[in-house]
Design a protein around this ligand. Structure first.
Ligand SMILES: Cc1ncc(C[n+]2csc(CCOP(=O)(O)OP(=O)(O)O)c2C)c(N)n1
Length: 559
């Protein structure tokens, strides 16, 4: 063979090589006929990292967790038929959560109509909102894979690459195809909208600077802090950007339905919201109530986010950090003075608020108060952590009480309102944050619906996982509704097995908490952990905190 001829390789190896050439070093999946040789090449030949999940739903969610925590595209691989249909709920979660994801799925041979696993994969995938690419031929492997990855990144949604099994052992002269993706952090508006925004900000008496998902990186944070200081604005974040301003003197914390009483009061007093990278959805605006009567400047890199949920007074398409600095330059030029909203009294009020003092201890002789337990366990888990919640009635308390250093490592997969997705997302996120413990808080219903299947994946892959099950022995969200209508809640009650024993049987470690002494044992177990640890908090379904608030917020949002 002449030197300029590329030696042929098999299609399955070419797919694995194309992943590596596009910077993908970690993939999640479940192996079967149509993808096992791709995975084998990826691991054996090209030294990629493969995380073998127990179920395709889990594998897809792990890739979602990895994508969100790393900012990279997540990659999951599954075989054909039922393996693909197993991914569907996770795909919807990925679509609604705007997650960049590649689903590499095998497909049955075109000529084998009677294959038991044959299903029109395109027709089941597209209704989830995910995109679909067909591997067209062995010759187009590199281009088709790079195209699917590029689409996943720019369209910020899952894209399936459908790989017919009959191609996989064919030869291909592999040539890499990669896309050089442009730097996104680039836009500053040069429009009358910027003049309007500066005018609104310059005349604001009590401004609040609100940061969301689109402003969660370090450069944006610094610029937003400069703008807040320059304008005398108080600081707040959406739930998605939780703790971005942790430790800052004028930080109100969460803006929205989960705000502290101090924040609610100050938000009510404010006359101007400068929102950066926030879509202003109904949880942030409390169904619009928190923005009523205020002038709102909304800056977002993506034009479609502006006015999506709330109508801003001025909308700015641009990079949050760069736009914030541009606004400062205009304010300086016009010699605008700071608003004066910041005061010693406000600083004192913010500092004085403690969640510990907010609410009473709901423990009984045999059950623990969930808030008290979460605060203690929050203190026991190293602060530089990944934090992932599942969905259910319990969820708003950990959102309030458990902190993170980096908001990108706080994930709550509730975009589809499904319970049971959190464990897998937590496991996936761990691969994006090596060396950091993963703190996962779930309800007992969500744990049994989805978490249980993948807890052992965390054991097999040595994930530093701490799971807290807020176990009220019920579907609390349903239990509460039965109670509210004076009905028998029996259908919502479950006699689950002992989760501590289950965790141990699955290769982890388990501990049951009913009392304050147990809680201290759990804190010690966190310190001593050498494998995935499950802490079973025994709670009373009739003594859970802030139930009415959950009903008002979550039920109306379909959570
Ligand atoms: C896939 C799915 N099935 C059912 C539901 C309905 N649902 C919402 S909350 C909930 C109960 C969850 O129970 P648990 O995990 O124990 O949390 P809790 O509400 O008790 O805090 C259920 C079944 C859902 N949201 N998603």
């Amino acid at each position: 063979m002449s030197a300029d001829k590329v030696a042929p390789i098999k299609v399955h190896a070419a797919i694995a090589k194309a992943l590596i050439d596009n910077g993908v070093d970690t993939i999640f999946g479940v192996a079967g006929d149509a993808n096992m040789f791709i995975v084998d090449s990826f691991v054996r030949e090209f030294k990629g990292n493969y995380v073998a999940a127990a179920n395709e739903a889990g594998a897809t969610l792990m890739a979602i967790g990895y994508a969100n925590a790393s900012g990279k595209v997540g990659v999951v691989t599954v075989t054909h038929g039922p393996a693909v249909t197993n991914t569907l709920t996770a795909l919807v979660e990925g679509v609604k959560g705007q997650t960049s994801l590649l689903l590499l799925c095998g497909d049955t041979a075109v000529e084998d109509k009677e294959h038991a696993q044959n299903i029109a994969q395109r027709d089941v995938i597209l209704p989830t909102g995910a995109g679909f690419e067909q591997l067209r031929s062995p010759r187009t492997v590199s281009l088709d894979l790079a195209t699917a990855l590029r689409r996943a990144i720019f369209e910020r949604r899952p894209i399936a690459l459908n790989v017919p099994i009959e191609f996989e052992w064919e030869d291909v002269a592999y040539e890499p195809v990669t896309f050089k993706l442009p730097e996104m952090r680039a836009l500053v508006p040069a429009s009358a909208d910027l003049d309007d925004a500066v005018g609104i900000i310059a005349t604001a008496k009590r401004p609040i600077l609100l940061a969301g998902r689109g402003a969660m990186h370090a450069e944006a944070r610094q610029a937003l802090l400069r703008l807040a200081e320059r304008t005398g604005a108080l600081l707040a974040t959406t739930l998605r950007a939780k703790d971005l301003f942790r430790g800052e003197a004028f930080n109100l914390g969460l803006f929205g339905t989960l705000s502290t009483p101090v924040a609610v009061d100050l938000i009510a007093q404010s006359d101007c919201i400068m929102a950066f990278g926030a879509s202003l959805n109904k949880l942030t605006s409390d169904q619009g109530a928190l923005l009523k009567g205020k002038r709102v400047v909304q800056c977002n890199l993506e034009a479609v986010e502006i006015g999506k949920h709330a109508r801003p007074t001025a909308g700015l398409v641009g990079d949050p950090g760069l736009v914030a600095d541009a606004i400062i330059r205009w304010l300086d030029e016009a010699e605008v003075v700071a608003s004066g909203f910041r005061s010693d009294e406000i600083e004192r009020q913010i500092k004085a608020y403690s969640p510990a003092a907010d609410g009473k201890d709901l423990s009984t002789a045999t059950t623990i108060d969930m808030r008290k337990a979460l605060m203690r366990l929050d203190a026991a888990v190293p602060p530089d952590r990944v934090f992932v919640t599942d969905a259910g009635r319990f969820m708003m308390e950990p959102w309030r009480l458990v902190g993170v250093r980096d908001p990108r490592l706080f994930l709550y997969p509730i975009n589809f309102g499904s319970i049971g997705l959190g464990m897998s997302v937590a496991i996936g996120a761990s691969f994006a944050a090596p060396g950091k413990p993963v703190f996962h808080v779930t309800g007992d219903g969500g744990f049994m619906l989805g978490g249980l299947a993948e807890f052992n994946t965390a054991v097999r892959h040595k994930v530093d996982l701490i799971v807290v099950v807020c176990n009220d022995g019920s579907y609390g969200a349903e239990h509460f509704q039965f109670r509210k209508r004076q009905m028998d809640p029996g259908l919502s009650l479950f006699n689950w097995p002992e989760f501590a024993s289950v965790a141990t049987a699955l290769g982890g470690h388990g501990i049951t908490v009913r009392t304050s002494e147990d809680l201290e044992r759990a804190a010690q177990a966190i310190k001593d952990r050498d494998r995935p640890l499950l802490i079973d908090l025994k709670c009373d379904p009739d003594r859970m905190p802030d139930i009415e608030h959950y009903y008002q917020v979550a039920m109306k949002s379909g959570l």
